[in-house]
Design a protein around this ligand. Structure first.
Ligand SMILES: Nc1ncnc2c1ncn2[C@@H]1O[C@H](COP(=O)(O)OP(=O)(O)OP(=O)(O)O)[C@@H](O)[C@H]1O
Ligand SMILES: [Mg+2]
Length: 220
């Protein structure tokens, strides 16, 4: 589905965040991106989401360069991201934040409301619907960022450390939720420091980055 070919990213200050990365993400995959702080995980996700462009190399969707075949807004209907630092609108409600992708495509209010209720229920945040984001805890904000990414049912979900601010019990609930989405057919690419190892029916792929290079490709 997605293929990175010799992708290098050098930021304007000269930092080489990714170097000659080759990676294929297939439909239905669950791909963990691991690696220590600064390894390039967020950069990789941001490139796929078209927040940044590669300095060298190409990113393909079904064999064609994404940049050539999609406008950014069209691409974002297929691919959604939950950012490590949330990127929520602090002085708007949870409902407003979580439904932003649906508001953009002009869905009816009743449909938007029903989907929001459903997603917030899954994330155990139903009672926070009318709270302002700035009134939430870090772990609650993290779950809202995830909710906003999943609500429009994207083909590919990019999750940047989605469990980073959660206690173990909540992390488990959210991991179950993410796995269920994957089982329903959504392709998932998820960065993480800590690997969730447990018995699952389908193995997950594991990519390890170090200093911007892929040093391991395998399965967990
Ligand atoms: N906007 C930016 N401008 C310049 N350098 C950047 C920028 N964003 C990231 N970097 C640098 O690029 C490298 C990779 O950063 P990235 O955020 O992708 O790492 P990461 O693996 O997500 O780390 P973490 O686990 O801490 O989130 C780091 O050296 C970082 O300092
Ligand atoms: Mg990061």
């Amino acid at each position: 589905m997605i293929k990175l070919v010799d992708v290098t990213k050098v930021y304007p200050n000269g930092t080489v965040a990714l170097e000659k990365v080759n990676l294929e993400i297939n439909e239905g995959d669950f791909v963990y991106i691991s690696g220590e702080s600064g390894a390039g995980k967020t950069t990789l996700l941001r490139l796929i989401h078209l927040d940044e462009l590669p300095t060298k190399g190409t990113i393909l969707y079904r064999g064609k360069p994404i940049k050539k075949i999609f406008k950014v807004h069209a691409w974002r209907r297929k691919v959604q991201i939950a950012y490590q630092d949330f990127m929520l609108i602090e002085d708007r409600t949870v409902l407003d934040n979580i439904t932003l992708p649906l508001q953009i495509i002009g869905e009816s209010f009743s449909s938007i409301y029903n989907k929001a209720e459903n997603v917030l229920g899954m994330l155990k945040l139903r009672d926070k619907m009318y709270k302002l984001v700035k009134e939430l805890s870090g772990g609650e904000k993290q779950r809202i960022a995830l909710g906003r990414a999943v609500i429009s049912n994207p083909e590919l979900l990019l999750l940047d450390e989605p469990l980073g601010n959660l206690d173990e019990e909540t992390a488990q609930i959210i991991m179950d939720f993410i796995e269920a989405i994957n089982e329903q057919g959504t392709t998932i690419t998820m960065s993480t420091h800590h690997m969730v190892k447990r018995e699952v029916s389908t193995p997950k792929r594991l990519i390890r980055l170090k200093n911007g290079r892929i040093i391991y490709k395998g399965y967990v």
